[in-house]
Design a protein around this ligand. Structure first.
Ligand SMILES: Cc1cc2nc3c(=O)[nH]c(=O)nc-3n(C[C@H](O)[C@H](O)[C@H](O)COP(=O)(O)OP(=O)(O)OC[C@H]3O[C@@H](n4cnc5c(N)ncnc54)[C@H](O)[C@@H]3O)c2cc1C
Length: 383
């Protein structure tokens, strides 16, 4: 089943994605996940195949389209590529570039956006800090103005593509306490004082790299500031809303893949002289999985359509938070059931659903936790 909003151009994107993912990712997915990385050349190959720029304006090097195209592209890439780690690693520009596209100068777009969408440069978003990720308004990384530069001191952690990124879109404190003192700076690899820790080891998403970044008196040109000084908090929140819808979409894709694997296994595996699908309890497990996937897909699709409508920005935060929590809960349930249907094989590293089960654990945490989503919903609902 596809999203109800899908039109002809979405079908074309699915076809391109499927072709790329089946040829370039799927044959290597298990190996790259175990190796905890994928080749750097894949970024360029993805650009050449025209898939990195899906959903971004042609004026900045993209293929055109919107969030609905991004979600469909990632759905197909997860299902056909069978590596969530590769999809989120290849896709880190999806959270790093939008503030530059929306609020950056033409010069910033030429220097940072085009090279990512068209040439395979790598971008990451750095908001979370070792001292805390949920309380964004109180982030501590300091940027002090000194002539035509900011001097940045602090640290960021859990940054997707952090070790490989050519630049990071980084949230820093340029002003006083709270949300009114935050700015976004693009900090480039190789800037003196900017160092990257070794890759962090994680429960899932193995093929993607995740890193801690350190800034020690790092001079960043004022020309790299995105939008007004101290004005980044609303940009970060807007970016979060789109990210959360993308994460909800990933939950739908991961669950769909786990569901398909489970049907295939249940048809083939025999117990007590019949296939697992011969037991009503297995069929009901699969039916529950299918129903919850359909419900999460419907909500995610509806949220995307509403957000893309004129004025949809105003509803985005609450809808995205709802879609993310519903997607997250659904994905955790479906992957757990998928492991159960696979029995002992479901617990083995050679089995795809074992990996998907671990990948699924990220979603109630990353991009804003399940608890913070409920805070957002309570606020937007007005209680
Ligand atoms: C694999 C991975 C990739 C990531 N990629 C990125 C990235 O690319 N860029 C980036 O900036 N960040 C990234 N993150 C960070 C992620 O967004 C944060 O982990 C997340 O926002 C939570 O922050 P925290 O880990 O500091 O938890 P904390 O903020 O310390 O929260 C700990 C617990 O307390 C709860 N809690 C906190 N405040 C409240 C409250 N007010 N009410 C109720 N409960 C509360 C939380 O829900 C959570 O359960 C990534 C994380 C992971 C694991």
């Amino acid at each position: 089943m596809h999203y109800l909003f899908e039109a002809e151009e979405h079908a074309a994107i699915r076809q391109t994605m499927r072709r790329f993912a089946q040829a370039q990712i799927a044959p290597n997915s298990a190996e790259w996940e175990e190796a905890e990385e994928f080749p750097l050349e894949l970024y360029k190959a993805a650009c050449d195949a025209g898939i990195v720029g899906v959903g971004y304006p042609e004026a900045v090097g993209g293929q055109g389209g919107d969030l609905s195209h991004i979600i469909v592209a990632s759905d197909e890439m997860v299902i056909a590529g069978r590596s969530v780690g590769v999809v989120v690693g290849l896709g880190s520009h999806g959270i790093a570039l939008p503030p530059i596209i929306r609020f950056g100068t033409p010069d910033q777009q030429a220097r940072f956006v085009k090279p990512c969408l068209a040439e395979g440069k790598i971008a990451a978003l750095a908001v979370t800090e070792p001292g805390g990720g949920s309380d964004v308004a109180n982030l501590a990384t300091r940027a002090v103005r000194d002539g035509d530069a900011y001097v940045v001191t602090g640290a960021k952690t859990f940054i997707t593509s952090g070790t490989r990124a050519d630049f990071v879109t980084c949230a820093v404190r340029t002003g006083g306490a709270g949300h009114g003192g935050i700015s976004l700076l693009v900090i480039e690899k190789g800037t003196p004082g900017f160092t990257v820790s070794k890759k962090l080891r994680k429960t899932g998403w193995w093929a993607s790299d995740t890193a801690e970044l350190h800034f020690d008196g790092c001079r960043v040109p004022v020309a790299n500031r995105i939008g007004p000084e101290h004005g980044a908090f609303p940009m970060i929140m807007m970016n979060f809303a789109a990210e959360r819808l993308m994460l909800a979409g990933q939950c739908v894709a991961i669950a769909e893949l786990a569901y398909r694997e489970s049907i295939a296994y249940a048809r083939e595996r025999q117990a007590f002289g019949k296939p697992l699908t011969g037991f009503q309890v297995t069929r009901h497990k699969l039916a529950d999985m299918a129903s919850r996937i359909a419900a999460a897909r419907a909500l995610t699709g509806e949220a995307v359509v509403r957000v893309l409508k004129p004025g949809g920005d105003l509803q985005a935060a609450g809808l995205a938070a709802m879609a993310k929590n519903v997607g997250t809960d659904m994905c955790s349930f479906v992957c757990d059931q998928a492991v159960q249907i696979h029995g002992g094989y479901g617990y083995m590293r050679e089995t795809l659903v074992e990996r998907l089960y671990r990948d699924a654990r990220l979603y109630p945490i990353g991009g804003g936790t399940r608890e913070i989503m409920n805070e957002v919903i309570a606020k937007t609902e007005g209680y």
